[in-house]
Design a protein around this ligand. Structure first.
Ligand SMILES: Nc1ncnc2c1ncn2[C@@H]1O[C@H](COP(=O)(O)OP(=O)(O)OP(=O)(O)O)[C@@H](O)[C@H]1O
Length: 271
């Protein structure tokens, strides 16, 4: 497939939870080899989108193609194989195995999913740990790591199998500014060094604008803006601009819909 083809291509995808429509015939393409930050109001379905791409959730209709494979139509085995070979995921809740040390955490996917000899696994693990700056910490236990270090070990584990795409869900949450800076640098650096396609869900608008080639803003079940941070800040529609600038006033109202304030006060307080 050519570099110009998007790595992820979604067409007419709808997905509901109960009677709530989260995605409404959505179309979106995520470019190959780039970092795209998925943004939008809380509860709009950003994590859900990553899970639909990863095949942990299936859409009600439409296609979700990853490198040309329509994820909802893969058999269970084909999906597991595809995910194992091509996808790395770093979810905020994706904790390390507490009873394995750093080395064994990173070695885990290689031991489970490959027949590589232990000497090669050792070299690969040390290489991945070197990439996140923690080769020297390979014998530590998760309890001995700071939050930022644990996140970097999880990142080394996510790239252990040399994925083509990596999805990050809120990778900066709970990190101090220095650890956050390191994760930002790593996401960008790994993207370039490994030629990855990276999707990032984050509430941090400033960091996302710094790190991402493209922003994808979702709201109301659709993509309402897609472009470089600069393009969207300058030329996005009013709702996109309001979101990116964090303005309390704009097309998204501060007030939840309510009856006239004065009339309600004068009505004497009936519920
Ligand atoms: N397991 C679940 N069962 C039922 N509803 C769910 C489940 N997980 C999420 N939802 C609902 O689906 C909607 C989208 O959730 P999702 O976590 O994808 O949003 P989000 O945009 O990532 O939110 P946030 O920015 O707050 O993390 C929300 O209304 C949420 O309440």
């Amino acid at each position: 497939m050519s570099a110009a083809e998007p790595y992820v291509s979604i067409r007419g995808m709808s997905f509901s939870r109960g009677d709530r429509l989260i995605y409404d015939a959505m179309d979106v393409d995520f470019p190959r080899g780039k970092v795209t930050a998925i943004m939008g109001p809380s509860g709009t379905g950003k994590t859900t989108l990553l899970r639909l791409i990863g095949g942990q959730l299936l859409p009600d209709s439409g296609s979700v193609k990853v490198d040309g494979h329509n994820i909802p139509q893969l058999s269970r085995k084909a999906l597991f194989d595809f995910r194992r070979k091509n996808m790395g995921m770093l979810f905020q809740t994706g904790a390390l195995f507490t009873d394995l040390n750093v080395f064994d955490n990173v070695a885990f996917p290689l031991r489970v999913h490959t027949d590589l000899p232990e000497s090669m696994i050792r070299d690969l693990v040390l290489m991945k740990l070197e990439a996140v700056g923690l080769r020297g910490a390979h014998q530590l236990n998760p309890a001995e790591l700071s939050g930022g270090m644990a996140r970097r070990v999880a990142l080394a584990r996510a790239i252990a199998m040399d994925p083509e795409i990596i999805m990050y869900d809120e990778p900066f949450t709970g990190l101090d500014p220095i650890s956050m800076g390191m994760i930002v640098k790593l996401i960008r650096g790994l993207n370039e060094a490994l030629g990855l396609t990276s999707l990032l869900v984050s509430h941090d608008i400033e960091e996302s604008c710094n790190i991402a080639d493209y922003l994808c803003v979702v709201s109301g079940g659709k993509v309402i803006g897609f472009g470089s941070p600069q393009e969207l800040l300058n030329e996005g529609n009013d709702e996109v601009k309001q979101f990116l600038r964090g303005d309390p006033d704009g097309p998204v109202p501060f007030h939840y819909p309510a009856p006239d304030y004065q009339a309600e006060l004068l009505s004497g307080g009936g519920q």
